[in-house]
Design a protein around this ligand. Sequence first.
Ligand code: MIC
Ligand code: SF4
Length: 659
Amino acid sequence: MGRSVTRKIIEAHLVEGKWAVTSEIAIRIDQTLTQDATGTMAYLQFEAIGIPRVKTELSVSYVDHNTLQSDFKNADDHNYLRTVAAKHGVVFSRPGNGICHQLHLERFARPGRTMIGSDSHTPTAGGIGSLAMGAGGLDVACAMAGEPFRIKVPKVVGIKLTGDLKPWVSAKDIILELLRRVDVKGGVGRIFEYFGEGVKRLSVPNRATITNMGTETGCTTSIFPSDRVTKAFLKAQGREDHWVRLEADRNPGFDEVIEIDLGAIEPLAAMPHSPGAVKSIREVGKIPVQQVCIGSCTNSSLKDMKVAAAVLRGKTIAENLHLTVNPGSRQVVEHLAASGDLRDLVAAGARILENACGPCIGMGAAPPSGAVSVRTFNRNFEGRSGTKDAAVYLVSPEVAAATAVAGVLTDPRDLGDAPSFTLPKRFFVNDNMFVQPLDEAAAPGATILRGPNIAPLPAFPPLPDVLDGPALLKVGDHITTDHIMPAGAKVLPLRSNIPEISKYVFEAVDPSFAQRAKAAGGGFIVGGDNYGQGSSREHAALAPKYLGVKAVIVRSFARIHLANLINFGIVPLTFKNPADYDAIAPGDQIQVVIGDLLGRVVLRNVTDGTEAELAHSLSPLDAEILKAGGKLPWIKAHLEKAQGSRLRLRSNAAASRES
Ligand code: MIC
Ligand code: SF4
């Protein structure tokens, strides 16, 4: 049997374990990325680990989320990120350079390489054939320290693309079609690997739109082969030497295959409030729209912007709405300026925003109360836009631009012929906003700047064998990390200050949560399916931990959040019998006997005297990490031990040479 692209990359990076679905493996990580909202914590953790210089082939620190700077906090964080990067061997992407995933795709991502990033849309680089996964900041810090990344071997699902897209239908509609079929949980434990005739006709940025939003299926990552199209893209970026051919063998042994006929897809939208609630634009109908936003790491490439400019050329946006545009990078902006497309956008009435995440993460441009907002983004969770009762629809740039002109949700096929335009054979390459780290000789003497908002990391003690406390909160299915730890203009600037940010935990679900949790001396969270869906933000584990949350007991977890809970010493447990969920009422006093987490785990409901068996998916190593109080104390002890035995080995060798 042949091998898939996924398997080839994983086997080439295997440090421990072997390829067998669901068995735990450890792989070497070549590249890491961080963004500012998760990066401050990741670098604080890297510093705490105590390794002087990153051990990866390449680590890049981007600034794209927190760029509002409404006071000193964000600016101080940027200074910290710049100086910590310089000292420890990390390339720093200055604010104003662009969105991390777009920039990484343009300048650094490489076919055949492994990468983890402290952002759930890191799989964007799968568009170029890199095996790129989202992870918590602490896992990224560990990878920078040279530790391998542990995952359970996922199922590899072959996504066979056949046929050709019809005019006005684009890459966003392909990923929306996949989400329509598998929904927001269908990718859990899986990697989506694209193959088939249809792949050849998708450019790298289009592939990246698909791998980016693949995250919304809950998958570990998504990946395309590296072929002639990849080579042409790398050449246009002036880095043809980074190309390697990487394709699945003839009989790659996919665990499942999903076939998508590109010719049968029509313009689609994800309805409020889930990226998986997909309908065709025709089915949704011509609903009035108050806001259109074009941009985000899903749809901010030059092609996406040029489509919008072509639709808006010579027109004015509808009176009832406003339009924001965030290009993905300076390269995109420079091209738009040089080609005149920027002028078309501005002349039509678009509000051109910074090339950063912006409205996607609730950093400005919140829609009006009760508004319909049509966005080219990847997430439409309730309240994420900054307006709780806004209804956000996720669409392609084609649909967004057509809607901006018409004022109602519009199928772009109503506009007649699709615009045609050419993309540059050579992109403008200008890396002057990437700062290279100091060389090893200069680094030790360099100072790291820390503003007053950068609070020291809280320390967490080892876990006892029995956990006690009340059920602090009971929630339903699909609780997202935006519910647990909101983002937006008010809360994001607090990402480097755990005591402060913890005041907002579950704010939108139950504003009294933080106060109650502290007053009770901690306790438990009870939840339904797919708990922790969405972002990689480890603050959704770290801040509840700070408030005393001891275990989260649910029907099932989303992958990255599960790993983050382990990393911060919150025990992630599931009901053996899903019906036991109903037997716990908020406020019940609970006792969970975890022991060493290798045997039975039992929940005693002290209030009503019942007992329930709990389950978990923890490996013996996870159990060890949890019992140690989390990954940071564990890794420090682990590295010290390794260093100790290296030193012992060296002195033994020296002693035997001398004798
Ligand atoms: C997001 O899109 O939700 C974010 C903001 O990029 C997050 C990271 C974060 O919360 O900082 C993500 O997707 O991981
Ligand atoms: Fe930024 Fe939005 Fe992409 Fe997250 S999804 S990285 S907030 S643009």
